[in-house]
Structure formats: structure tokens, C-alpha cells
Design a protein around this ligand. Sequence first.
Ligand SMILES: [Zn+2]
Length: 118
Amino acid sequence: MGFLARLFSRGKGQTRAKQGYTSIERPHGVWVYFKCHNCGEKIPLRLRTTSEIQKREGPDAELGPGTLFVTKTIVGNECYQRIEATIDFDSRYNVVSSDVKNGELITKAEFERKDEHE
Ligand SMILES: [Zn+2]
């Protein structure tokens, strides 16, 4: 830790948050939205700020740019694809970084938009 950890944490305040990816549900919920790469299903996920979202501190502090983070495996209703996500947030639960396997993070607007069937 030491030098590198300090270098890393100094940059955190400058990490730019992406807007629109979360929706706060007071008092203890944050919604994030995924899209499954296998079947295209849009999947909403409610995270509990009290138990699921953790502070990046100690050994975790060097592993991502966020002040807060969550690691989840999500399975939708349409298929059995396991979507594995690590999402970093700033202190106001804005997404600053995401790493999603087998899917992607989408904005609330994208989640609510109806798919066009042609
Ligand atoms: Zn799927």
C-alpha cells in the first residue's frame, strides 16, 4: 500500500460521475439497470445502501476509482445468463465506473424506453 495507495486515492475526487445510471429510493435503496447481452432483457436491480454497497477502504481502496462500490451477480427472467457486475459510485451514488460481464449497465431512461418492434 503506502505510496501507490495514496496516489490512487488522490485522484478519486476528480473522477467524473456518469449521470442517469442510478435512481435513489430513500431511505436505503439505489436502483441500477442492466441489459443482458444474451437475450437483451432489461433488468432493474435495487441495492441496499445499508448492506450491499460498501465503502472502498482498506485493501478494496486500490481496486477501483469509487468511494463506494458493489459486486453483484444478476440473473434475469428471460434466460439463465449470469451477469457479473462491479460498480463504483461516488459518495452520492452516481456511477463513476462499471465492469459488467455478460451484460451492460444502462441508464434509467434506457431502461424505461420501450423497445421498438419492427
Ligand atoms: Zn438474458
